[in-house]
Every structure is written in structure tokens, then in C-alpha cells.
Design a protein around this ligand. Sequence first.
Ligand SMILES: [Zn+2]
Ligand SMILES: [Zn+2]
Length: 123
Amino acid sequence: MRYDLRSHHERRRAAEPATFICKHCSRPVDLHAPGTRHRNHCPWCLWSLHVDDHPGDRQSTCGCLMEPIGIWVKRDGEWAIIHRCTQCDALRTNRIAGDDNDWALMALASHAIRHPPIPLDVR
Ligand SMILES: [Zn+2]
Ligand SMILES: [Zn+2]
């Protein structure tokens, strides 16, 4: 039987506590986010926490929930989520992660289209 040292190592690493419970949807979230250096929002509901003054610094004393309010398409085509703090109204943009829920992203991206500020029933 072939013994794969690397997968053994991965398993040991995975056994360490590396999850947190989302404060918005109460689902367990893996701290390891594919495609980003650190998890900055929940992959299920896309909500975030106001923990950074600058991306990744964990220096904010606010700590309140941040609502995902929109999608920003960067110049290279990559999507980023715009978060607004429910407490202090600070705005942040966060890269999406490889395991973010596709339907949640699409729902967020189409939110403005589904709620137009002008009547669309042209006759
Ligand atoms: Zn969540
Ligand atoms: Zn805040």
C-alpha cells in the first residue's frame, strides 16, 4: 500500500481547531479560505466582521457584523464583496474566496437589478 506522507500531514493539520461559528448565520466556517490569505467573510451568507482598520491588520476595536451590500468587479475581472459595518457604517472591500457560495454571490450581485429605483414595466 502506498503511503502518502503529505496527505497524512494535511490530515493532522486539519485536525487542529481551524473553524469558527459565523455570527450571522451560525454555520461552522473553515478558517482556511482557498484563494485568499485569510478568511474575511462567511462563505455561506457572505457576512463579515469589522476587525480590520486596514485589510488584514485586525486592529479595529469595532468588531461588529458587516453586511455584504454589493459586488465590485475589479479591472482584471475578479469579484470583490463590498461590506458595510452595521455599527459604524465603515465600508470595506474583500476578495471573494474559492469556496464562497455561488448562489449567495449571484443573489448579492443581482440585488440592485431585482430592486430597481425606476419602474421597468415599459408599455
Ligand atoms: Zn454566515
Ligand atoms: Zn464597525
